[in-house]
Write a protein that binds this ligand. Sequence first.
Ligand code: FES
Length: 169
Amino acid sequence: MTWKRICEKSDIAENSVKKFNINGIPILLVNYGAGFRAIPPLCPHMEEPLEESGIVVRCILTCSKHLWAWNLETLEMQGETERPLKTYEVKEEDGAIFAKKYSGSRPYYELDVKGDDVVIEYLNPDKKTVAQGYRSAQIPLPGDIDQTQKALRIIFTDHCKAEKPKAPF
Ligand code: FES
């Protein structure tokens, strides 16, 4: 993973969002006054473009479509929000903002348990998936074991494919 320069600090006003294209990967930069966050540009709810629907007030990013919201300082979900915000690592250096970009096609996924469901969030950091923000599946527990195994097989097959050691020559 390498750091990629996004812009000058002064290129983005306080309490605003701005979309950038970094080597073909769209990144939404958020200036929330006390700091910056770099996130995929689509709302984790219904994939609305946050550069249009995102409002930043007092460190809170709210998607104006259905009012999902996140505290940008702590990343805590606010109110009825049901999915966390994905973020890239961000740093400031010499008056510029840098984000750590995923490199290669290493899949990334998270398993979570919410109530009686297992939620699988799968972030495959290629251009297409980053543009979509995330993919997720919700599997009821104890649920249909065949469905669960099928979903896990797809994810782990992909994961193993990417992790397979390369031949030395
Ligand atoms: S699409 Fe953003 S809150 Fe629904």
